[in-house]
Design a protein around this ligand. Structure first.
Ligand SMILES: NC(=O)c1ccc[n+]([C@@H]2O[C@H](COP(=O)([O-])OP(=O)(O)OC[C@H]3O[C@@H](n4cnc5c(N)ncnc54)[C@H](O)[C@@H]3O)[C@@H](O)[C@H]2O)c1
Length: 352
């Protein structure tokens, strides 16, 4: 039997602890060390009976893990990933892959030279609901995709904003939350050619927008919209409708994404399809509907199992650095569109 992969965790906050939870459940992986400057991380390491380091570089040098999960603050992602790549250590890097396209270009350069496996933690792509939706769209279950309507509307409590950084520029729902939806829209509908956006902070007056509407023109010709607010009382978001994370009370009868094509429509997360019994019947005919069910499973655990195979060179990463860089470039294009009031093109994130 192959020994469990020795994985170190860098950053043991909210997300790092979720990764720890799943490390307990995956026999092919085991925690070997933990790095986080917060004194509480030393207690956590003691509970797990693994060495604790304040500095991840000391961890990498002295423990030489076979793989690393990086869940430290966004601004440290690229520098930490470069340290791992330098030592040839495969990594699962939390999203966003970086904070700017320029710094992510450094990662792309480094990977060209070193070819060390790197998986970016856009974990929702591992959810069986998304895998099935992807398969149905690719198989042409809706014909040619015409439109997608995406909703992310919920209310964050005021306590969420007690941490000062969450009120300051650089945080906010676009980079923290909508990046997930934009990543899934790219994954499911293909690359985006052009975006328009309105964003407003009128509800709370903080540095980041609390409401936004985003229009997307995909390279396929399909059109999409994403309507978002973190200050509205509403049940329409991946968090509330998918049931992926039990901290969000589940709204199973509501949808967050509506896809419409030339031959049918589909709601997510229900995976309910609508089609005419006779193709091309038109609006006076009844629409037949059916649900393409999936077996629910934990996206973060599935991501970890995939990461072990990626680190061992058995599979290509489901979300590569370049792929995640394209999602980041889309987020940047939305920001530019909202700030300028003009349509923007996402920049290609490849190094020269
Ligand atoms: N995939 C998802 O759905 C998802 C959800 C939440 C957060 N995240 C990502 O996970 C990362 C962490 O977010 P979080 O919510 O856990 O934040 P957090 O503030 O709870 O945790 C961050 C941790 O990193 C530690 N840290 C700070 N500097 C460090 C350093 N130099 N080396 C090692 N550790 C350091 C902090 O002490 C803290 O414990 C972010 O990049 C975030 O975008 C992803």
């Amino acid at each position: 039997m192959v020994a469990a992969l020795r994985i170190a965790l860098i950053g043991a906050g909210n997300m790092g602890r979720q990764h720890l939870h799943h490390l307990q459940a995956v026999p092919s992986a085991r925690l070997c060390a933990l790095a986080d400057p917060d004194p509480r991380a030393a207690e956590l390491a003691a509970q797990w009976a693994v060495p604790h380091f304040r500095d991840h570089r000391q961890l990498l040098e002295s423990v030489r893990p076979e793989a690393v999960i990086v869940a430290n603050p966004n601004a440290l992602h690229v520098a930490t990933a470069l340290d791992c790549l330098d030592l040839g250590i495969p990594l699962l890097l939390e999203k966003p892959v970086g904070t700017t396209s320029a710094e992510v270009a450094q990662l792309l350069h480094a990977q060209r030279d070193q070819r060390v496996p790197l998986l970016v933690g856009h974990h929702r792509r591992h959810n069986p609901l998304i895998a099935r939706a992807h398969e149905l769209l690719r198989q042409g279950a809706l014909g040619r995709l015409v439109t997608v309507t995406a909703l992310w509307q919920l209310q964050k409590p005021e306590s969420y904003f007690e941490s000062a950084w969450r009120r300051e520029a650089g945080a906010g729902m676009l980079l923290t939350n909508l990046i997930h939806d934009l990543d899934l829209l790219r994954h499911l509908c293909g690359e985006v050619r052009q975006v328009q956006a309105f964003a407003d902070n009128a509800l709370r007056g903080y540095a980041n927008a609390d409401s936004a509407v985003i229009n997307l023109h995909f390279e396929s010709g399909a059109l999409g919209s994403l309507t978002a607010s973190d200050g509205a009382v509403a049940p329409w978001s991946w968090e509330l409708t998918s049931g992926e994370n039990p901290v969000y009370p589940h709204q199973p009868d509501q949808s967050c994404y509506l896809f419409a094509g030339t031959e049918g429509a589909m709601s997510v997360p229900q995976l309910r399809l609508w089609r005419y019994a006779e193709p091309g019947a038109g609006w006076h005919q009844p629409l037949a509907t059916e649900v393409r069910a999936t077996v629910p499973d934990e996206a973060l655990r599935l991501q970890l199992e995939h990461f072990v195979r990626v680190a061992r060179g058995e599979e290509a990463p489901l979300v590569s650095t370049e792929d995640a860089a394209r999602t980041l470039a889309l987020v940047a294009a939305v920001e530019r569109a909202a700030a300028s009031g003009t349509a923007q093109h996402p920049a290609a994130p490849l190094p020269d």
